[in-house]
Ligand binder design. Structure first.
Ligand code: F6P
Length: 529
């Protein structure tokens, strides 16, 4: 893989940005090209993408494809899919795609399907509530062992077992687990202890609290009420858990919802819908593996990310799912994208001379409109927005849904079209101050417009569609990470804080400030005072 800044396409993109890219005006671009919508539309399994409201033209598009080819993106993709150890700093393959390949296809197929079959059979047994007696399922895990199930279960609410309640405990803050335990009974609760390593401080501490509570409340059958999803079967056994669903070191934490970590999703949805979830992801994998670069949705999105980050200099991207079920998608994407691509050195450990992961953030629409969209429209920074619209809802409130869709379309339109001062002058503003003249008020009411957005359109938010959507994001992160020449599959950046926490924990009891900086020592003193 050649690093992106060492290619001729990179230099050409720089020239193109200076000459045309910086000043591209979307309103003029649509005026010039009546086929712009079709030209920048990409159809992938379950996801239609309108990329036409982005700050690029055909030349940008062509040069970005050249950049990808010169960097060797397709060969890198093939290496990952074939199971080469592309996670170089940990010497591991990156094979979450193997978790959703049909039996007999892809690496490790037998192992994957053995665990999957066992896990789905177990999920069905829990769903048979008349015989299992369960009413509540509590997943205790953090990061990748939490965010996937926590995002997917509410997203697929329409498909969730109506006799079971799902809870997610992640934070080591007792304010997380305490209210959950308050509503539970030991005889009807299943605890899933989810941890790839089975060593994570937060998860182990919460698992111990849950078990203590279980025993104090008169629970006796730990074997029935506690199961583990982990690569560290021995540690789970030492904890006293006999039912374990395993996975492998080639499944990264933030790519693990397809593995045993997806157990809460499998219990919520049942066998057939969980398989549909995997199928949707597999369909996106095949698209990613085979579609030409110019029509390959994850690659196009990843290239756009590079264009915005490194040429336009945009430092963040806002995700706006117009579906309340996707309320945890921004948090899920924060880990997926920022833990993967939040790196500052290349594969050889050399500092990267350009920006990498943008800040990813957002809230479901329309809530975000009444909070931070003001800044998106009139703030000083340009922040590309990603709208996710779902054509058909799973509820019967047609009027609400029309309003939701109209809002999503309108926001994308408003970002692009803006409003000139002349237009604002011609309007009445009922709340405008009488103390200011009309021209001043009009300047406050001007929208610059030309603010970019992508719209992703799903027919329905089914298990298959969600699978495809999440896989699309995974491959997009691969694409930008590969072009940036970094290792998207390690996370050394979380280690230092963990080590310092281990040092500080006994000091909270002893008060010993030896060797601490003055600020930390001062705070420690106040916390103990
Ligand atoms: O935050 C660091 C991290 O290692 C994540 O990558 C991972 O998803 C999370 O901690 C949880 O780790 P585990 O599943 O091993 O408990």
């Amino acid at each position: 893989m050649i690093r992106c800044d060492r290619t001729t396409a990179w230099a050409a993109l720089k020239g193109h940005y200076e000459a045309h890219g910086r000043d591209l005006d979307l309103r003029e671009a649509f005026g010039r090209d009546p086929a712009r919508f079709e030209r920048f539309a990409v159809e992938a399994p379950e996801v239609f993408a309108d990329l036409s409201k982005n700050l690029w033209d055909e030349a940008t598009h062509r040069l970005l494809a050249e950049l990808a080819r010169e960097c060797g993106l397709e060969a890198r993709r093939d290496a990952m899919l074939a199971g080469e150890a592309v996670n170089v700093t940990e010497g591991r393959a990156v094979l979450h795609t193997a978790l959703r390949a049909p039996r007999g296809q892809g690496p490790f197929s037998e192992e994957v399907h053995d665990v999957l079959d066992r896990m789905l059979a177990y999920a069905e047994s829990v769903r048979d509530t008349a015989s299992s007696g369960f009413t509540d399922v509590v997943n205790i895990g953090i990061g990748g062992s939490d965010l996937g199930p926590q995002m997917a279960v509410p997203a697929l609410d329409a498909f969730v077992h109506r006799g079971l309640r799902f809870h997610f405990v992640s934070n080591v803050d007792g304010h997380d687990i305490a209210p959950v335990l308050r509503g539970l009974k030991p005889d009807t609760t299943l605890f899933i202890i989810a941890s790839k390593t089975f060593t994570t401080q937060e998860t182990m501490a919460n698992a111990r609290v849950a078990h203590e509570w279980f025993v104090q409340q008169g629970g006796t059958d730990t074997a029935k009420h506690f199961v583990a999803t982990t690569t560290n079967v021995q540690a789970a056994a030492e904890f006293g858990i006999s039912t374990t669903f395993g996975f492998w070191d080639w499944v990264g934490g933030r790519y693990s919802l397809w593995s045993a970590i997806g157990l809460p999703i499998a219990i919520a949805l049942g066998r057939e819908h969980f398989r549909a979830f995997l199928d949707g992801a597999h369909a996106m994998d095949r698209h990613f593996a085979a579609a030409p670069l110019e029509k390959n949705l994850p690659m196009q999105l990843g290239l756009l990310d590079v264009w915005y980050r490194n040429f336009h200099g945009f430092t963040s991207r806002s995700v706006a799912p117009y579906h309340q079920g996707l309320k945890r998608l921004p948090a899920y994407l924060q880990q997926l994208e920022m833990e993967s691509n939040g790196k500052r050195v290349d594969l050889e450990g050399q500092p990267l001379p350009y920006g990498t992961s943008p800040v990813v953030w957002g809230e479901p629409g329309t809530n975000g409109q009444h909070a931070y969209f003001q800044m998106l429209h009139q703030g000083t920074d340009v922040i590309p927005v990603e709208f996710i619209l779902v054509k058909t809802p799973t509820h019967g409130h047609a009027d609400l849904h029309s309003k939701l869709l109209a809002n999503g379309l309108a926001q994308a339109q408003a970002l692009m079209l803006g409003k000139t001062t002349e237009q604002a002058l011609g309007e009445k503003a009922p709340t405008a101050s009488k103390a200011l003249d009309a021209a001043t008020i009009a300047r406050h009411r001007t929208f610059p417009g030309n603010r970019p957005s992508t719209t992703l359109l799903l027919e329905r938010l089914t298990p298959r569609a969600l699978g495809a959507l999440v896989a699309m994001y995974e491959h997009r992160v691969f694409t930008s990470g590969a072009l940036w020449g970094l290792n998207a599959y390690d996370q050394w950046g979380v280690e230092l804080g963990k080590a310092l926490c281990n040092d500080l924990l006994p000091r909270l009891a002893s008060g010993d400030p030896t060797g601490l900086d003055a600020s930390t020592a001062g705070l420690l003193r106040r916390l103990r005072g």
